[in-house]
Design a protein around this ligand. Structure first.
Ligand code: C5P
Length: 312
């Protein structure tokens, strides 16, 4: 009898920006405790998982050349982690993962984490696992700090190393312009630079996240714009001084405010409306301060199967 091969599953997964990122002291395990407000954006990757005799990872699109296709790829580590968790190690060697990327690589928008989260959701459907999103989030947290958020999407408050999440009420669609830099930045190097800056001086620190949460509930982009803040920004700018010019150019082009996203170097600019975002994007693209400009909106949902039942 012929074995039935399940059809491939494609998952769409959002990028994230940090509207607020407060970084605490370095921990013994090398991580930093943080408090952050994530928002999932409509700039997405698509990940297809398929049963195959030709296992491995394939990468297309934005930054594809700089993404490893060996076992170090976070999406592949997601395959292995889920196979182990479900006690079906033999299936690890029977999966092909195809990444179609739009999220910048090493851009501070959690692109690699998004691909890992999408792989978990895709495999859960391909293997017909009866796992809730919360159960998948446990596996996700073992892969990286930002992976659980990519599962849930929306707007959320993250604590711990970013993996502990509670949803935040966000009433409004916010419009963003994203400026991609020429090259990525290494997240560990940016955290290490922040530690160095704090040893030598007193780089600015963001305050409490409460006003950000209130601004999100009010839905007023002008109020939110005054409150965007990221402790890692000083470190990212120290490693990539040109970001200062990019941040200025976005505001000069008409954005309400700009911030470095996560560990950078992508800069995110909050705009008054969808129309304003298009105008800011056009002007920023001509200003010669970044490699590529994109518009996006948020919040959007987390990783979900395209064109199908999106359980879990
Ligand atoms: O969790 P993830 O693998 O994405 O983190 C990458 C690196 O970023 C960590 O190895 C660590 O150097 C740094 N990091 C940190 N504190 C966090 C999150 C990440 O120091 N909360």
């Amino acid at each position: 009898m012929l074995a039935v091969v399940p059809p491939p599953v494609t998952v769409r997964v959002p990028s994230k920006i940090n509207l607020h990122l407060s970084v605490g002291a370095a921990r013994e395990d090398g991580y930093h405790d943080l408090t952050t407000v994530f928002q999932a954006l409509s700039l997405t990757d698509e990940v297809t998982v398929a049963a195959t005799e030709d296992p491995g990872v394939e990468v297309h699109g934005e930054g594809a050349k700089s993404v490893p296709t060996d076992e170090s790829n976070l999406a592949w580590r997601a395959v292995r982690a889920l196979a182990e968790r479900m006690d079906r190690p033999e299936d690890e060697a029977k999966v092909r993962v195809v990444l179609r990327k739009s999220i910048p690589v090493a851009g501070g928008m959690a692109g690699g984490s998004a691909d890992a989260a999408a792989t978990l959701v895709g495999l859960s459907a391909l293997w017909k696992l009866d796992l809730s999103r919360d159960e998948l989030a446990e596996v996700a947290a073992s892969l990286g700090s930002d992976v659980p958020f990519a599962l849930y999407g929306g707007t959320a408050l993250g604590t711990g190393r970013g993996e502990r999440l509670v949803p935040v009420l966000s009433r409004h669609v916010f419009h963003w312009v994203l400026a991609f830099d020429q090259r990525g930045l290494s997240t560990p190097k940016v955290y290490a630079e922040l530690d160095r800056l704090r040893q030598d001086g007193d780089p600015p620190r963001v305050g409490s996240h409460d006003p950000v949460v209130e601004a999100l509930a009010s839905g007023d982009p002008r109020q939110l714009a005054l409150l965007l803040g990221n402790d890692l920004q000083a470190a990212a700018v120290s490693l990539r001084p040109g970001l200062r010019r990019t941040l200025r150019a976005g505001v000069n082009a008409g954005a309400l405010a700009g911030t470095v996203s996560g560990s950078g170097p992508t800069c995110a600019f909050l705009c008054e409306s969808a129309q304003s975002a298009l105008e800011v994007a056009a002007e920023l693209a001509g200003a010669g301060v970044c490699r590529t400009v994109r518009v996006a909106h948020g919040p959007v949902p987390g990783a979900r199967v395209v064109g199908g039942d999106d359980s879990p």
